[in-house]
Design a protein around this ligand. Structure first.
Ligand code: PLP
Length: 422
């Protein structure tokens, strides 16, 4: 069947993400999405194993999300937050604060995860400047970390994780391995101790490093990072853009380690996959450093669409669903299934490891071969799975039915067996 007219005419003008436009497999034309299914222009539907970069935790077109955005659309789609404020944003700020550990009480809205991380980095730099320590400008970041695609966030991301390195823009980063062993923890502690006078903050993706390859670490490692930061007076930024809202098993990954960061970044599943919204949420200690009679202390930032009312309405509806539907129990069931059903992949030649955490299943290849073949082959088997780097992963919507989830894990086993024989 021929692709639709809009595809033929418009697609050549789309510059697509992370793509060599000359050689990338043709993107699939999607005409609708509902539940855990993507409907294609040729009438096929695919079980979605990605949830649109981990956002669509309730599946697509959940009636409660649609109704909330429709209702908001009729009343007030958007006004700026400069000099104005509206109920969806104010109530959402309060609602997020209630879900987070005590003290994390100051919500700065942004429109994407990268911008929320930029804001968090600026908060950390401004914190030290306002306290009279402008020399504390360096960040500690972890190998395999990913914090966004803007130039500032790239400076704290790992260029080796498949994302090109940008100019550091004056941001200096000490990049180290996550301290997984006792010896590494002592080394990490020593690093913070010896550099403390120039360090602004440590930035970490708690428990799961997402786009850097679905690398996982345990709560004790996260706790060791947090304790070292605390001991040496360095701020801790938890980038929960990927892990936030249930993906790792808890509502927030930090909760598993009982770590209380100074700043938390949220986005991705915040609106249940409906639209762009993000937040950098600061603790009292950070907020208080900007609070005073002197205007020069203020945080100078303000995305045009920050706190968009439609997006806030979607976020409220998403939080409602976490309260009224058994999302975290669904994540636990997905984890059990992924553990069982991905285990046979370990025996496939060319597979180094299988990792599972919450609703994330990752099959680590020893090296990425035939990436474009893999990306073409999965849809042929009735699923949408989009490997990156040297990892084939599943991050389905939490509402996925057992037979759909089995379809995904069967496809991964089958396609990787085929791949191993190429
Ligand atoms: C996706 C992601 C970001 C960037 O979010 P965007 O909305 O794509 O800008 C930042 N940090 C983490 C951990 C992410 O997974």
């Amino acid at each position: 069947m021929n692709p639709p007219d809009w595809y033929v005419k418009g697609r050549p003008h789309l510059w697509l993400p992370y793509a060599q436009m000359k050689t990338a497999p043709a993107p699939l034309p999607v005409t609708a999405a509902h539940g855990c299914r993507l409907v294609l222009a040729d009438g096929r539907d695919l079980v979605d194993g990605v949830a649109s970069w981990w956002t669509a935790c309730h599946g697509y077109a959940h009636p409660h999300l649609l109704a909330a955005v429709e209702a908001q659309l009729k009343v007030l789609p958007h006004v700026m937050l400069g000099g104005l404020v509206h109920e969806p944003a104010a109530r959402l700020a309060g609602r997020l604060v209630k879900l987070l550990p005590p003290g994390l009480a100051h919500v700065f809205f942004a429109d994407s995860g990268s911008v929320a991380v930029e804001v968090a980095l600026k908060m950390a730099l401004g914190y030290w400047r306002n306290l009279g320590h402008p020399e504390r400008r360096r960040f500690v970041a972890f190998r395999h970390g990913y914090h966004g695609d803007t130039l500032g966030t790239m400076a704290v991301g790992d260029p080796g994780a498949g994302f090109q390195h940008g100019p550091s823009l004056g941001l200096e980063t000490l990049r180290v391995d996550l301290p997984r062993t006792i010896a590494e923890r002592a080394e990490f502690d020593h690093l913070l101790s010896s550099h403390r006078h120039e360090l602004a903050a440590v930035i970490v993706e708690p428990l799961v490093q997402g786009a850097g390859g679905m690398k996982m670490h345990d709560a004790a490692t996260l706790e060791a990072v947090a304790r070292a930061a605390e001991r040496h007076g360095v701020l801790l930024i938890a980038d929960e853009v990927m892990t936030g809202f249930g993906r790792s098993g808890r509502l927030f990954a930090c909760a598993e380690a009982e770590v209380i960061p100074d700043i938390v970044c949220l986005s991705k599943a915040l609106t249940g996959g409906m639209m762009g919204l993000a937040a950098a949420i600061a603790g009292d200690r950070v907020y208080d450093a900007f609070y005073g009679d002197d205007f020069d202390l203020a945080l100078m930032h303000g995305p045009t669409y920050m706190g968009n009312a439609l997006a806030c309405a979607a976020a409220h509806a998403s939080l409602d669903l976490f309260e009224t539907e058994p999302r975290l129990a669904q994540v636990a069931a997905i984890e059990t299934h992924l553990n069982d059903a991905l285990a046979p992949c370990r025996k496939i030649p060319g597979i180094a490891e299988v990792r599972v955490k919450g609703a994330i299943g990752a099959v680590q290849l020893t090296e990425m071969r035939h990436l474009d073949w893999l990306r073409r082959r999965f849809p042929e088997t009735g699923v949408f799975v989009r490997p990156f780097g040297d990892v084939v992963y599943l991050t389905p919507p939490f509402v996925i039915a057992p037979d759909e989830l089995a379809q995904l894990t069967e496809a991964v086993n089958r396609v990787l067996n085929e791949w191993s024989r190429l």
